[in-house]
Ligand binder design. Structure first.
Ligand SMILES: [Zn+2]
Length: 375
């Protein structure tokens, strides 16, 4: 059977990962690998980080009644708390928890709908609550064959993780997004009232486990920890990579740039936006991004070809000059004449290869294309 939960986050410290962890601890039956599934970042009522949780559980006589009681006692009371959104300017929605139970795993199509667009309610199984049922169902439906792992621990009081422990874990082969290599700032601990002490990401379960153990030893008291299978860094939210020739470029107020009326580069994209500034008509680029309201929001960009026209250099080493329209060119030094008016010179972009926003501005679903080239 499959059990899913979503939308219990709140400003007062609720966090769906913790609510789910406690539910798993209380379950009267065995269960499989718990999963933390990130969904479409533009969902209109998304919770912080837009993560839903699910797990496969053993068949257990009376589980529906047990869950019903648990729901009423521990989860339903979380309804209506205001959730903390990732961007302060976003409209805040009161949490609307949802829980689902299915006999068999729901169609993977439900996951793909919910990770690449706005999903809606489906019938089937046993369902509790409100809006959260959509994400809860999608988390159950995630096929899970392209996954990473995250070890999460919840704090008792203060949030403090030892710098030395973080350094050890950051050095492990297989951990990622532990710290921003540019600023050295740790990226494993959230800020604000959230009950999470840290979340450490890894490409394998064993590295996630080992890292969690080390961080636990180096942090203030925690109430528990758990390893989750996740779709983070899977790029599941984008449909692929596309290639374009730059035809037009428009600089917007605030520093955003629109390429070819369709590709949107945000000022917050840092290096991505620097590349967009560099681009000029005729350049060839590859981009990865998410389509929203008929614009492709660029999450990764690569300059494939960029050239500029220049006057050729004469044999004597001097740059030649035009003698007037269609009059050919001439060397100002030795008066050599040529009819080849232009040559193409390669322009060197500010960054080589795939370029992405700084680590702390990337989406949970975005992987690192420089270490893990997918396209
Ligand atoms: Zn010359």
């Amino acid at each position: 059977m499959w059990l899913g939960l979503d939308d219990t986050d709140s400003l007062s410290g609720g966090c769906t990962t913790l609510v789910f962890h406690q539910l798993l601890d209380s379950l009267p039956c065995g269960h499989g690998e718990p999963r933390l599934v990130r969904l479409w970042p533009f969902a209109s009522r998304r919770t912080r980080g837009n993560a839903a949780l699910a797990v496969e559980i053993e068949n257990y006589e009376g589980i529906a009644e047990w869950l019903d009681e648990y729901w009423n006692k521990y989860i339903l009371p979380l309804k209506g708390n205001i959730s903390l959104s990732e961007h302060d300017s976003r409209e805040q929605f009161p949490s609307d928890p949802g829980m689902v139970l299915f006999d068999t795993q729901p169609d993977p199509e439900l996951y793909w709908k919910a990770v690449r667009g706005e999903a809606t309610f489906i019938d089937g199984g046993i369902q509790w609550g409100g809006h959260g049922r959509i994400g809860a169902t999608a988390a159950c439906a995630w096929p899970g064959n392209n996954s990473t792992w995250e070890g999460i621990a919840w704090r008792k009081g203060e949030r403090l993780v030892d710098e030395g422990a973080l350094k050890i874990v950051d050095g492990f082969e297989g951990t990622f997004l532990c710290r921003d290599p540019r600023t050295e700032r740790g990226l494993i601990s959230p800020r604000g009232p959230c009950p999470v002490m840290f979340g450490v990401r890894a490409t394998t379960k064993s590295v996630a486990k080992k890292s969690t153990q080390i961080l636990l030893e180096g942090s203030s008291p925690t109430t528990g920890s758990r390893i989750f299978q996740t779709n983070q860094a899977s790029w599941d939210h984008v449909s692929g990579c596309s290639k374009h020739t730059v035809l037009r470029k428009e600089m917007m107020k605030g520093g955003h740039i629109i390429i070819n009326d369709f590709l949107l580069s945000f000022r917050e994209g840092g290096p991505v936006n620097l590349i967009s500034q560099f681009l000029t008509e005729g350049d060839e680029i590859a981009v990865v991004g998410m389509e929203y309201e008929r614009m492709l929001h660029i999450e990764a960009i690569k300059v494939l070809h960029s050239t500029a026209k220049s006057r050729p250099i004469c044999d004597c080493g001097t740059r030649m000059k035009s003698m007037g329209q269609n009059q050919g060119i001439r060397c100002p030094e030795c008066k050599n004449i040529s009819s080849d008016e232009w040559i193409e010179v390669e322009r060197i972009p500010p960054f080589e290869g795939w370029v992405q926003p700084d680590y702390d501005s990337r989406r949970h679903l975005a992987g690192d294309l420089s270490t893990n080239p997918k396209w």
